[in-house]
Design a protein around this ligand. Structure first.
Ligand code: PLP
Length: 456
């Protein structure tokens, strides 16, 4: 059989409200041309994020009913802890309400104003939390990541030479930790190879620097390793995940990604002393260490989701359905990041709209036009998201100008994706007439969430 079907059937549906282009013109203008400021009900296909938007299974909903809401030592906590321990393998496990809470706690303890934290590419909240702690967040993606067209299988890799040079120059005094993000969300959703993870770990160990994994899409990364890295073809994906984490000293995780949950996250470490300091902060802002800002039922949903996400039929379907969209766009000539990543399709706005300067935000223009044309909501990952330097206030053009169309897990069917392809193609046909944008109003941190725009 050629067709890879969605390996689930639909038991409950949410209606989609259809709108006309004329209605959407008004709606996006009233949202100050920032898709984050639209009402969800005015969106036809919502590809803003794959975060917290997954469809939970009958099993996960069932587990929520078993949730134990005891304040301390709830049964839900032990089910959550044992599952995380089994897959991630770390000694110390702290639940948090989201991934960014894990980041804030980690960096509050480890980062100071002299710190540099390297990563393949920091996610926006990771970067902002490091900068908020006074440190510098440094991106050192591999050179292959620059060629958006090449089919290099592991464009999420870190540049090992750059990492070695940085470690030799700055040492553990200035590098409190080395991170790698799997898959590399801000760098096109590209996976990191096991070989790269192993090498980062060796460099970190030799220098006495802790190594952390931003684990949000660990299952997709592990499955890419199975499908693309020689030697792993016959290894169960769960064992690949375990091996990935065996090289690290800790991780941050958003359960809103590869745990199918609508909320939640966690922070792990093997360092008991560090965990003690982190738990003090956890209690201060998240909650008691056995629930960390979550309800017992959330912990149970995560425990079930972490097992389901490693189902290889699901992961085959997941990677195939993303590749389906990318292949169709490529054959229509639309510039996209290749090869297909796991959770999202990335349009290359710089090549889609070459007549728009980086600081006139081609990605923002493109995301607005996708909404106007077809009610599709995506997000700019470019100079708007990169933000201004918090120290100087100076604007910095981003390395890439992308529009991310993130695909919620188990939510949309193939005909939804065919509709998305049609919408993108219609914008592609009339690309020459699309103008750039300017920012009318923006906050200091994470400005892309609330900034207001106007056409130039
Ligand atoms: C989503 C995400 C985070 C932050 O997690 P939240 O749950 O949204 O706070 C951190 N890193 C990466 C790579 C992510 O995709």
């Amino acid at each position: 059989m050629k067709t890879i079907i969605e390996p689930f059937k639909i038991k409950m549906v949410e209606p989609i409200q259809l709108t006309t282009m004329e209605q959407r013109d008004t709606l996006i203008r009233n949202a100050h041309y920032n898709p984050f400021l639209l009402s969800a009900e005015d969106v036809i296909i919502d590809l803003l994020t794959d975060s917290g938007t997954s469809a939970m299974s009958a099993n996960a909903w069932g587990a929520m009913m078993r949730g134990d809401e005891s304040y301390a030592g709830a049964r839900s906590w032990y089910r959550f802890r044992d599952t995380v321990k089994d897959i991630f393998g770390f000694e110390q496990i702290m639940p948090t309400h989201q991934g960014r809470a894990a980041e804030r706690i980690l960096f509050s303890v480890m980062v100071n104003p002299d710190s540099i934290v390297p990563n393949n590419t920091h996610f926006d909240t990771t970067r902002a939390n490091i900068e908020y702690a006074g440190g510098a967040a440094l991106d050192i993606p591999c050179a292959e990541a620059d060629d958006l067209d090449s089919d290099f299988p592991f464009k999420g890799n870190i540049d090992l030479d750059a990492l070695k040079k940085l470690v030799a120059k700055e040492g553990p005094e200035h590098i409190p930790l080395i991170m790698v993000t799997v898959t590399n969300n801000s760098g096109g959703g590209q996976p990191v190879s096991m070989a790269n993870i192993r090498s980062i770990s060796r460099i970190a160990k030799d220098a006495g620097i802790p190594f952390y994994i931003d684990a949000c899409r660990f299952a997709e990364n592990a499955h890419f390793i199975k499908r693309r890295e020689p030697g792993y073809e016959n290894t169960p994906t769960i064992d690949i995940a375990r091996e990935m984490f065996s090289y690290a000293d800790g991780c941050t995780m958003s359960a809103k990604k590869d745990a199918f949950a609508n909320i939640g996250g966690f922070l792990c470490t093997n360092d008991a002393g560090l965990a003690q300091q982190e738990r003090n902060l956890l209690i201060l802002t998240e909650g008691f260490p056995t629930y960390g800002g979550l309800a017992g039922r959330d912990l149970d949903a995560i425990a079930v989701g972490l097992r389901e996400i490693l189902d290889e039929d699901y992961l085959d379907y997941r990677l195939t359905s993303t590749r389906y969209v990318v292949q169709h766009l490529r054959s229509a000539g639309v510039p996209v990041v290749a090869p297909a990543g796991g959770h999202a399709v990335y349009l290359d706005a710089r090549r889609f709209l070459p007549h728009i300067e980086p600081l006139q935000y081609p990605g923002q223009s493109l995301s607005v036009e996708l909404y106007r044309e077809a009610g599709i909501r995506g997000v700019e990952i470019g100079s708007v998201m990169a933000g201004a330097d918090p120290r100087t206030g100076e604007e910095r053009p981003a390395r890439l100008e992308l529009v991310r169309l993130a695909i919620p897990r188990r939510v949309y069917t193939q005909s939804h994706m065919d509709y998305v392809l049609e919408g993108i193609n219609l914008v592609w046909q009339r690309r020459d007439g699309i103008r750039g944008m300017r920012i009318e109003k923006a906050p200091k941190f994470l400005r892309h969430f609330t900034a207001e725009f106007e056409w130039i």
